[in-house]
Design a protein. Structure first.
Length: 539
């Protein structure tokens, strides 16, 4: 016979006595989690529950910092997965024609990577001049955008001068040589604060560089600033205020890669690095009108990045075109032993005609407000793309996102057990402090069940994409954002139109696992004809 626990609790409270910790409390805790036990079962469980609580305390006594990874490594690969990627070296076709130095160097703010690289390689513009242009724009526009956390002027100018010396000596590091970029401030940079956008970490300094910073330094890109993220990677509100949308300065830029998208869209950097766990590249890129890649999970090392969710966190380029995003992706992707989730997958980035490509259209996604994105389908057909309807698997993906809550709660377990979480700006239901707390009540069994469902989701979604190069869909259609983040599939997001207020809205191209190159190639071909990405906010 089951105990009516709520009634028992009511009766206990009426006695005005403080009940000892016993079967009643165990039963109430179980009921909160949706489990029900008989009186005899509760009595039998009690000694083990008490022992488990003591074990929890001993586990919690061992300090853990945010950079200590879980021993369990997520790998989004079906058991029968075989990479079809081409093993040849990356080929990116950039500008090769005539290049002229503009009379006003401010015009360089929206030049594509290929043209900037050509100007520097031909010594028509110096790296130092380029850095000064973008630093100047950041300083001038940040009071409106509220995107800068830390300017790295001294570091940037020193690197620019070194690169100019290399250029003069005939040494050229590649397409990113001398180009200014910004980093979401969850990436460690030696010598600078790494604030994670939150007051409790405002003075935090990490004595190493993140892997993406190392790789971009090696490629010759110049980091000019660390920019805002919604605190601990949620939203666009941080300790410095709300980062703004360059298209409408009385609105936020969305998040959590708020500052990266805002700065790139406003012409304050050639590109930036953002991160996504559940929409943090796609959402601000939609609002700010940038062209950005959320790579396949495991393509880019997260070493030196704040951990939010070990099995969902991804780093990717926020740029102004698919070609630019491809150049940056090529520089940062690849295996890193410090991040055990990373893999080496041979890939070839080439751009050209996509005539004859089969591209999937998920059933029912271009409906309601998303119907405004339907013009993309006609634009693809005009390029000879064959559109085919695809049926995507059905899983309770919103419910499966308990994976995010559980892992985030674990990543910030020690932080949330103290009082520092009370210093965070957002103290409301849908914010991290509350999420960290209720994550403590997620049963390990259900966390593992959600991950077992991910195994099936990955298998079935990969099967659904088997006959196409990619799928095209409005960025927030249905539950695709949650589904593809859980599965680890790559997504490219870019503007595909502008509303009556002049604000951009977006389309997304999602590819097969490790099909990042095909997604970028398809998007680049579409952008070559449509030019939505060439429209910029004016200041």
């Amino acid at each position: 016979m089951l105990i009516p626990l709520a009634l028992v609790l009511f009766q206990e409270v009426r006695k005005d006595e403080a009940p000892a910790f016993g079967p009643l409390e165990v039963g109430l805790a179980a009921e909160v989690l949706g489990a029900h036990f008989s009186e005899a079962e509760l009595e039998l469980m009690l000694p083990d529950v008490l022992e488990r609580l003591a074990e929890f305390e001993r586990l919690r006594a061992v300090p853990l910092t945010n950079d200590v990874a879980s021993a369990l490594v997520f790998q989004p690969r079906p058991s029968e997965f075989v990479s079809e990627a081409n093993a040849e070296k990356t080929v990116v076709i950039l500008a090769s024609g005539p290049a002229e130095r503009p009379a006003d160097l401010e015009e360089l703010a929206y030049y594509p990577i290929g043209e900037l690289e050509l100007l520097i390689r031909r010594r028509l513009v110096t790296s130092e001049e380029l850095v000064q242009v973008f630093l100047g724009r950041l300083k001038r526009l940040d009071p409106q955008l509220q995107c800068v956390v830390t300017l790295l002027e001294e570091r940037a100018l020193a690197q620019a001068r070194q690169l100019d010396e290399e250029t003069a000596a005939g040494k050229h590091r590649g397409p990113l040589h001398g180009l200014p970029w910004v980093a979401k401030d969850l990436l460690a940079v030696r010598g600078a604060p790494t604030t994670w956008g939150s007051e409790p970490f405002r003075e935090q300094r990490l004595d190493h560089d993140a892997a993406v910073v190392e790789r971009l330094d090696a490629a010759g890109a110049i980091l000019i600033a660390k920019v805002s993220l919604g605190e601990l990677a949620w939203g666009d509100v941080w300790f410095g205020g709300q980062t703004k949308n360059p298209w409408k300065l009385d609105e936020g830029s969305s998040g959590s890669s708020a500052g990266t998208a805002s700065a790139v869209a406003a012409g304050c950097a050639v590109f930036g690095i953002g991160s996504e766990t559940y929409g943090s590249i796609v959402s601000p890129s939609t609002v700010c009108g940038t062209s950005s890649l959320r790579p396949t999970f495991g393509r880019v090392s997260r070493h030196g990045a704040m951990t939010l969710c070990w099995s969902l966190d991804k780093l990717g380029p926020i740029a102004r075109s698919a070609v630019d995003a491809a150049v940056v992706f090529d520089a940062i992707q690849g295996r890193d032993a410090r991040d055990p989730s990373t893999v080496d997958v041979p890939h070839e980035l080439t751009f050209g005609a996509v005539r004859g490509w089969k591209v999937g259209v998920p059933k029912g996604v271009f409906e309601g407000n998303d119907a405004r994105c339907k013009s993309v389908l006609d634009e693809l057909r005009a390029q000879g793309v064959e559109l085919v309807e695809v049926e995507l698997p059905r899983y309770p993906v919103d419910e499966m996102m308990i994976v995010l809550a559980a892992e985030a709660g674990a990543a910030f377990d020690e932080f949330s057990r103290g009082t520092d979480d009370e210093r965070m700006k957002r103290q409301e239901r849908f914010a991290w402090p509350n999420t960290f707390r209720h994550a403590q009540l997620i049963p390990a069994v259900d966390y593992i069940r959600a991950n077992r469902l991910r195994t099936l989701l990955i298998r079935d979604l990969e099967a659904a994409l088997a006959g196409v190069r990619a799928i095209v869909h409005p960025s927030f259609a249905g539950n695709l954002l949650a589904m593809t983040n859980l599965s680890g599939h790559p997504t490219f997001v870019a503007p595909c139109g502008f509303d009556e207020e002049g604000k951009p809205y977006s389309i997304s191209f999602t590819g097969r696992l490790f099909g990042d190159a095909e997604v970028l190639a398809l998007a680049a071909a579409w952008q070559w004809r449509t030019k939505y990405h060439d429209r910029h906010p004016r200041f």
